[in-house]
Design a protein. Structure first.
Lengths: 349, 346
């Protein structure tokens, strides 16, 4: 793993002017990603994870109802400051995206081969024959049997999993340094999900490619990413090494998310543990901590003062959380710089 | 249903009976056609017999094919295609076919006027008031009608389709301007628009085609725009953008191939509409001018009581017009069913 920073996001805010008021879909997110590193972004629907992915790509068309603040640097270039032409050159060759639904992300009237060769010819200036050869090679790399025959087939002739492999081959065709996978497995069935995720992981590893894996499925992210970032209502609430987040979540929201995963060891008919309440109205978010109305450990301070994303790690790796009263570390019981809350938690229970 | 329907009973006996019935109907139909064509009856009766014969013949053929192949053919569709192909071929080859005089009155001076149709005579479909051959005139009329309708639809589709795709893809300002223009064009009654155009344009083939093209543009814009909007929201357009495709490339490579299918079925229906429109214009005297024949001005020749005495003057071009429009309509309907975006798999 090299130390080269591929992606730098600084205080990005994506705002939509809607009929109900200004919606900050992404509200002050910063992160950075090195080559070969994999970051998982998790959160429930409407937490801003997909919009963040598109903002990083620069795919959000800004106008009088949509604005993006802050900076996104991919390979040193500010995505939102460069010209449209330069951005198009960036897309595909430096940064690529895998979309959610392979049923709609392939053009139904275009052959599989054309999807890949077009980008190859556009970005790398290959001739028809060289592009076709390379496309066949790519299809083989993403695990498509009989790649030469698939080239002339139409998307509807392939299964969902195969189609998603084609989408991945398309995204990888010009060797991007950063891959953003926006819920790449949501539309697939469970056995195929695992295959696709494993494929993405191994491709990212072999190509030393930085990857962002956006998902609402914690299981998809566990074990496949180096770091996990949990988002809630447009803000990052916790970010740390994947293992640390899963073993010892420090933010109450992360804890709730993890508790809501049904376990095989549960007896039949166990009621699913849900986080009570629903995400806030993004046109009118709560004043203090956005999770406060649903938080089981809520204090007065949480309702008035917005917590900042602070380093609370007790190990060598960075662990940040946006909580006034983070949960104690599983091993040491330390809550970092924040005041201890163990007594409070006991009082509540 | 694209697959031919299977014979529900399926047994050999019933297939044979079906075939027998079909063969009987073919014979009866042929007999009716021959009687209808040759019998010394009133023209109206002859036409009725002829039509009935054709219907029985078609049904009989359908049953024979059904019995032989085991699937029910869409005989009507094949008849329509056959008619259109035949018409196109004779219209194309008209100058080299041994046809009677169609336009030069002087050459027809010694020909009988108002000759009734008689199949095996020199004038199979009769002659008009100048003694010009009705068959030749109908075929040359088909030439004019088809050329005008096809080129008008081609122009209208190319212009309207591309404007519609651009409007549907770019939206915002461009879309609203195009929307206003389209609505304005649609608000003018088509015939009034055509007559207004006829007053300023010379009634030549090219001008008529252009005027009719103008008529098709707004509906093509609407269809292309609506389909483009629907397809532009699919993720593959975003995916193409994310791969660095320019707007022009997205429109041309991603959207046009998808939008073209519904447009195509609309085109076929549009052809039949324009054939009728062209005939109406010629009937009113705004289209291609007599003696150059078109179906419209041929029908107009029967004005002033001629029709009562010589119904073939109206019936001959009328039947040509009817069969052609009917065929294009049927073809358009089938095309729409086949390529309806709502029934598409993806």
């Amino acid at each position: 793993m090299s130390d080269q920073t591929v992606l730098e996001v600084e205080d990005v805010r994506t705002e939509f002017q809607t009929a109900r008021g200004l919606v900050r879909a992404v509200d002050g997110v910063s992160l950075s990603l090195r080559a070969g590193e994999t970051l998982g972004i998790v959160g429930e629907s409407g937490s801003g994870k997909s919009v963040l992915g598109r903002t990083i790509m620069g795919l959000i068309t800004t106008g009088h109802t949509t604005q993006v603040h802050g900076s996104v640097r991919i390979a040193g270039k500010d995505v939102h400051a460069i010209s449209a032409k330069e951005r198009r050159r960036l897309w595909g060759s430096e940064v690529a995206m895998v979309f959610q639904d392979p049923m709609t992300s392939l053009n139904p009237v275009k052959r599989v081969g054309a999807h890949i060769t077009e980008a190859l010819r556009l970005h790398l200036g290959l001739d028809k024959k060289a592009a076709a050869e390379r496309a066949i090679d790519l299809l083989r790399q993403v695990g498509i049997p009989e790649p030469a025959r698939r080239m002339s087939q139409f998307p509807h002739e392939l299964s969902g999993g195969m189609r998603q492999r084609v989408v991945i081959a398309m995204a990888l065709c010009c060797d991007p340094r950063l891959l953003i996978a926006d819920e790449p497995t949501t539309a697939l069935d469970v056995t195929v999900q695992k295959q696709i995720l494993d494929l993405l992981t191994s491709l990212a590893e072999s190509r030393d490619m930085a990857t962002i894996l956006i998902s609402h499925d914690l299981g998809a992210v566990a074990g496949r990413t180096d770091r996990v970032q949990v988002m809630y209502a447009g803000r990052v609430v916790e970010r740390s090494a994947t293992g640390e987040v899963f073993e010892g979540p420090r933010h109450p929201y992360t804890e709730g998310l993890l508790a809501s995963i049904p376990r095989l060891s549960d007896p039949p008919h166990t009621t699913l543990r849900a986080i009570v309440g629903s995400p806030p109205n993004m046109a009118n978010p709560p004043d203090g901590c956005r999770f406060a109305p649903r938080c089981p450990y809520v204090q007065d301070r949480c309702r008035t003062e917005q917590p900042e994303l602070l380093e609370i790690g007790v190990r060598r790796t960075s662990h940040v959380a946006a909580c006034h009263f983070p949960l104690p570390d599983v091993d040491t019981g330390s809550t970092g710089d924040a005041p201890p809350r163990a007594a409070l938690a006991e009082e509540i229970s | 249903m694209l697959m031919p329907r299977k014979n529900p009973t399926g047994s050999k006996l019933s297939a044979r009976r079906l075939g027998g019935l079909g063969a009987g109907m073919v014979v009866a139909g042929l007999a009716l056609v021959v009687v209808g064509w040759t019998a010394p009856l009133l023209l109206f009766l002859k036409a009725v017999l002829l039509l009935a014969g054709i219907v029985v013949l078609a049904q009989g053929l359908s049953r024979v094919v059904w019995a032989v192949r085991g699937g029910r053919p869409d005989i009507l569709l094949w008849l329509c295609c056959g008619w259109l192909v035949l018409l196109a071929v004779v219209a194309l080859l008209a100058p080299v076919l041994p046809l009677g005089e169609h336009v030069d009155v002087v050459k027809a001076l010694d020909a009988p006027t108002y000759q009734s149709p008689r199949l095996l005579s020199e004038y199979p479909l009769g002659t008009n008031n100048y003694g010009l051959d009705m068959l030749a005139r109908s075929i040359y009329g088909a030439r004019t009608s088809l050329v005008i309708a096809l080129s008008a639809v081609a122009i209208g589709t190319a212009v309207g389709g591309s404007i519609g795709v651009v409007a549907g893809f770019l939206r915002s300002g461009v879309d609203s301007v195009i929307g206003v223009v389209t609505n304005a064009l649609l608000a003018v009654p088509p015939l009034v628009l055509l007559i207004a155009l006829a007053t300023v344009l010379e009634p030549k083939l090219r001008n008529v085609a252009l005027a009719l093209a103008l008529l098709t543009i707004p509906s093509m814009i609407r269809l292309a725009r609506a389909n483009t909007i629907a397809f532009a929201q699919r993720e593959f357009v975003l995916a193409a953008r994310a791969m660095g495709a320019t707007k022009l490339r997205i429109m041309w490579r991603e959207l046009v191939p998808n939008v073209i299918l519904p447009i195509f079925s609309m085109m076929v229906v549009m052809i039949s509409v324009l054939i009728v429109a062209e005939a109406s214009l010629s009937f009113l005297g705004f289209g291609v001018q007599a003696p150059e024949p078109t179906w419209g001005n041929m029908i107009a020749e029967a004005e002033g009581g001629t029709m009562q005495e010589h119904p073939h003057i109206v019936l001959v071009p009328g039947v040509f017009l009817f069969l052609t429009v009917f065929s294009f309509n049927l073809l358009g309907e089938k095309a729409q069913k086949r390529w309806d975006p709502r029934s598409a798999k993806l």
